[in-house]
Each structure stands twice: as structure tokens, then as C-alpha cells.
Design a protein around this ligand. Sequence first.
Ligand code: NAI
Length: 332
Amino acid sequence: MYNVTLIPGDGIGPEITEAVKAVIDAAGVKICWDEQEVGQKALEKYGDPLPKHVIESIRANKVALKGPVTTQIGKGFKSINVTLRQTFDLYANIRPVKSLPGVNSIFNNVDIVIFRENTEDLYAGIENAIDDDRVEAIKVITRKASRRIAQKAFEYAKAHGRKKVTAIHKANIMKKADGLFLEEARKVAEKNKDIKYEELIVDNACMQLVQHPEKFDVIVTENLYGDIISDLCAGLVGGLGVVPGINEGQEFTIFEAVHGSAPDIAGKNIANPLALILSAVEMLKHLGEDTAAHAIRNGVFDLLKRGKNLTPDLGGSATTHEMTKELCSLIA
Ligand code: NAI
């Protein structure tokens, strides 16, 4: 039995976390879910969008599975996602983007793993209103954070038989900030000469990604570029409904899908739960439950290949419940 903090989150979050619980049950893994509320719901109930008891729960369990949390645009409390990543020093946001069988997309040969630095850059949240007509947002890039995300990317590449790491940057414009990021990436590359290393300016990288995604292997990049590139890459393999995510630090790991709370489809029972289910597959691997992880992954492949009982984003007309039920029976 494992203790895992479960944050269902907002919008489609509760619907897809229920699906994950059912699928893990079907795979026979016993998890004691410590369910916690954050965001607006927690603010109304406890007067704090990220209450202390939630932090303590994650601190005790060391592993959390998190649904998406809504962040208001241009106002409201600081993003819970960003705060959690900073609080637990979850410095690596790892996003494996792989073509899936049966998913209708332009490409069928994408296999990219994105390493996005998760704790600094413009997400440091340092914004100053100088006067009514001028606001400054400060981009923070440190040697330490740049080095450790590059190390993580190269370590992963080595451990998983990957051939190349591409550092994505805009050092032609942000010569000092992105220059520092590149300096550290180059040092790490120098120590890992068995892995090919290349650098691309972010705009060029975006163009190449949509033309020739098969040329990319492991990507390492800063927080903002990583955020944008992750969604772009999700679009290459069938959309946000199928891309998992891992927020990893030294001691704590939070698993979550790349997508947000999708308010446009919330409560309609049509959200695709696969991205969070695939994030849970990564969680099971992390917990050492490899057999169950493979069983769920194979179940997802079978489901997609059969092409029946899929949610509308995948071209079907099934509900979240129907798709989950089908997946559970394939796993069982
Ligand atoms: P979003 O990812 O929620 O939605 C973008 C589009 O993709 C929408 O059309 C939505 O219906 C669709 N979509 C997303 N997930 C889907 C799924 N599982 N199945 C089917 N369709 C899906 O992005 P948006 O609209 O920009 O953000 C909404 C809220 O989510 C915002 O408050 C944002 O701050 C928050 N957000 C939270 C994240 C997190 O908790 N990690 C990550 C990204 C956004």
C-alpha cells in the first residue's frame, strides 16, 4: 500500500482523477489517496489557496498526483502550480511526447522528451509596477538551476539510450540570461561527449519542430520556452489529452498532465483522462510498480488501436466514464 497525495484540482480535474483511481484499481495497485483541495476551493474553505496541511501531506508522502488547477489571468492568487514547484524545489518538468497508435495526428514518428526548468525564469513572479504606464517583469536565470536541468537531461539521455540533447534558447537577444543558461548546458555537454549536443534559437526550434519533429530527441530549455514548446509538441501527437508530465526534485515528485482545467468542457463528462492516466503510469514506475505501469500503458495502446469508446478530442463520441470503463476492462 502506498500513500499518495491526490489533488483533484479544478474544471475537468475531478472527472479525470476519478478515472485514474479506477484504472489503478483495475491494475491491482493499492494506493491510499490523501485527497486535498487547493486553489479557489481551498481559499473559500481555509482562507488560503495552498493551505499548510496540503504542503504537509506532500512533504509526508513525497509523491503527489495532481489534476489541473485554474489560475486567473492578470489577477488573483499566485499560480498554485508555480508555488508547488518552487516550494518543493521540483526543478525538472519532464514531458515525454510520443506518437500513440491510432491517434489521428499529422506525424506518427514523434518521440521527444522535454526537460523544462521549473523554478525560475519569468515564472519567478517578480513583477514591479513602476508607474501607471510601465510594468517590469524580471527574468531570473541562475547557474545552479541551469546546470542541474542540463545534468538531468543528459542523465536521462544516457540512461534511456537517447542520442541527442538540444538546448533551446534566445541568447541572441537575452545575451546574459540565456547566455548563462547555455554556458552551463555546454559545460554539462562537454562532460557527456557520447551524447550529441546541439543548440537552437527558440523561434527556429518551433519551426523545425512542426516541420521535422523526428529530428528531435531530448530537449532542455528554460521555463517559459519549455511551457510553450510542451503544448506545441502535444499538438504534434494528438493534443493535450495524451501528454503526461512529471515535476521532479531531489526528494519530492508531483505527477500531472500538461493540460489545464479546460473550463470549456468541465462537468460535461467528455474530458480525455489519458494524459493524467499516463502521468499515473509514470508515478507507478517511480513507485516501483513496473508491471502495473506496463499493463496500463498497454491497455491505453489497445484502446487507441481499437478506436472505440474514445472521447471527442480523439475523434470519438464516448464519455469520460465510457472510455475509462473500456480501459479498465482491457487492463483487467
Ligand atoms: P487547457 O489546457 O485547460 O485547455 C486548452 C484546450 O484543450 C481547451 O480547448 C480544452 O478543452 C482542451 N483540453 C485540455 N485538456 C483536455 C482533455 N484532458 N481532454 C480534452 N480536451 C482537453 O488550457 P487553458 O484553457 O489555457 O487553461 C485553463 C486553465 O487551466 C487556466 O486557468 C490555466 O491557468 C490552467 N492551467 C493549469 C495547468 C496545471 O494545473 N498544470 C496547466 C495549464 C493551464
